[in-house]
Design a protein around this ligand. Structure first.
Ligand SMILES: [Zn+2]
Length: 395
C-alpha cells in the first residue's frame, strides 16, 4: 500500500454564516474563532504547493451526526447548541455558552460539529488502513466537557474520535498525547478510569493559567490509576527543558505502553510567539516532536491521527502545523515562505518578519535558566515516582 496522509480542509468552516460577525459581536476579537486564523493557517500548505504532492490526500470535513456527538455529549447540551445556532440569541450559562471564549453565533452548532466529523473520519479511515495517517488542522478541542463548552471548545472531537474507535476496536490500547500548552482536561476527564486510554498532557502550569488543572498527582482512578499522565511546566520553559521532559518521560512510557493507536494534539500555543501562553518553544521543537512521534508510531502499529489544537498567533500556528504535516507526509518545505502567503498575512494585519522556517535562537536570562531547569527536573522526578511503576519502568 502506498503511504498517504489524509489532510482535512477547513473550507466548509470558512463558508459558514457568522464567521465574520464574531469580531463585531465581541469587544475583544476572539483569538480562536476568526477568519484570519483559519485562512492563514490553511493557506500556507496550499500556497506552498505541498498539497499537490502524491503523499497527501485532501479530504473535506463533514458534520458529525447527533449520535456521534452523543458518544460523549448529553443531548440536552447538543440541543442547546443547535438552538443557539438557529436562533443566535438564547443564553445559558449552565452550558458554558455565550461567553467571551465560547460565543454564540449563527451556525455555531455547525461550526462545532464539523471538526468532530473530520476527526472521526480521520480516525476511522486510518483505523481501516485507507490512509497511513491523518491530520486535521482545526481539531483537538480538548477542553469541551460532556455538558459544557470551555476554552474555545464546544464539542470534544478528541474524546468522540477515541470513543468511536473503541466501538470498533474495544481492546486496543490508545495513546492520547497532548502537547498543547493548556492542560487537556476534557479528554483526560473522559477516560480518567480507563487503562486502555493513556492520556499524556504536557502543558504550562502557573497561577491563574487556564484551565488550572493538570498537576502530576492527577494520575487516574480505579483501573485507570497511572494512565493519566501530567507534565506541568513552569512559564518560560524552553526547548531544552521541554525536550528533556519529553525524552525522559513520554518516550519510555510510550514504549512500555505499546499503543495500538495514537492521537497527537499538537497545539501551536507552546511556541514563544503565542500571545496567550508563556512557554518559549521554537519551531525546532515542533519539528523534533513530529519526527519523534512518527518514529515511535512506526515502531508500533503505525496508526496516527494528528489534531492541530490551539495556537493564537496565526502566522506561527501556520508554520507549526505545516512543519508537522511536511514531516508526517514526507514532503519538503519550500525553502522560503511563499510571497503570496506573506501578502495574505499582511492583508489580515500580520507582518511576517522572518521569511524562513526557523526562529531566532533565544535564551531566557541566565538567572532564570537554572530555576526553570530545577522546576522541570522536579516535575520529571515526580512523574517517574508516580507513573513509572504502572509501566514496570525503573526511575
Ligand atoms: Zn491551548
Amino acid at each position: 500500500m502506498s503511504r498517504i496522509t489524509a489532510l482535512f480542509e477547513p473550507e466548509l468552516l470558512l463558508a459558514l454564516e457568522g464567521v465574520d460577525e464574531l469580531d463585531k459581536m465581541r469587544a475583544e476579537p476572539n483569538p480562536f474563532w476568526n477568519r484570519a486564523r483559519l485562512d492563514i493557517t490553511w493557506q500556507l500548505p496550499v500556497m506552498s504547493g505541498m498539497l499537490n504532492e502524491p503523499t497527501i490526500s485532501v479530504q473535506p470535513m463533514r458534520y458529525a451526526t447527533r449520535e456521534e456527538l452523543n458518544l460523549f455529549h448529553d443531548y440536552s447540551y447538543i440541543e442547546t447548541l443547535e438552538l443557539f445556532g438557529n436562533m443566535g440569541s438564547a443564553f445559558s450559562a449552565r452550558f458554558g455558552l455565550d461567553t467571551d471564549e465560547c460565543p454564540v453565533f449563527q451556525d455555531v452548532d455547525k461550526y462545532a460539529s464539523l471538526p468532530v466529523g473530520a476527526t472521526i473520519d480521520a480516525t476511522m479511515r486510518v483505523a481501516n488502513g485507507e490512509f497511513e495517517d491523518a491530520m486535521s488542522f482545526v481539531g483537538g478541542f480538548h477542553h469541551a466537557m460532556k455538558t459544557k463548552a470551555a476554552g474555545f471548545c464546544y464539542y470534544n472531537d478528541c474524546v468522540i474520535g477515541i470513543k468511536k474507535l473503541k466501538e470498533k476496536r474495544p481492546n486496543d490500547r490508545i495513546l492520547y498525547l497532548d502537547t498543547d500548552v493548556h492542560h487537556g482536561d476534557g479528554t483526560q476527564g473522559a477516560f480518567y478510569d480507563d487503562p486502555n486510554v493513556l492520556t499524556i498532557s504536557m502543558h504550562e502550569y502557573s497561577m491563574g493559567f487556564f484551565p488550572g488543572t493538570g498537576r502530576v498527582e492527577e494520575n487516574g482512578v480505579g483501573d485507570g490509576k497511572g494512565y493519566s499522565v501530567n507534565v506541568p511546566l513552569p512559564p518560560l520553559t524552553g526547548d531544552v527543558e521541554f525536550w528533556t521532559a519529553f525524552e525522559e518521560l513520554v518516550v519510555p512510557i510510550w514504549l512500555a505502553y505499546k499503543p495500538h493507536f495514537v492521537f497527537w494534539n499538537v497545539g501551536a500555543d507552546g511556541h514563544m510567539n503565542d500571545p496567550l501562553a508563556d512557554l518559549m518553544l521554537t519551531l525546532d521543537t515542533y519539528h523534533r516532536l513530529s519526527m519523534t512521534v512518527r518514529q515511535l508510531v512506526h515502531l508500533g502499529t503505525r496508526k496516527l491521527v494528528i489534531l492541530g489544537g490551539g495556537g493564537y498567533n496565526p502566522v506561527t500556528a501556520a508554520k507549526v502545523w505545516t512543519i508537522v504535516l511536511a514531516d508526517l507526509a514526507d514532503v519538503a518545505l519550500p525553502p522560503i515562505l511563499p510571497a503570496k502567503w506573506i501578502e495574505l498575512c499582511r492583508k489580515y494585519g500580520y507582518d511576517v518578519i522572518r521569511g524562513g522556517w526557523i526562529d531566532r535562537p533565544l535564551r531566557t536570562d541566565d538567572d532564570h535558566y537554572p530555576k526553570i531547569r530545577r522546576a522541570v527536573d522536579e516535575t520529571i522526578e515526580k512523574v517517574k515516582e508516580l507513573i513509572f511503576p504502572t509501566f514496570g519502568l525503573e526511575k
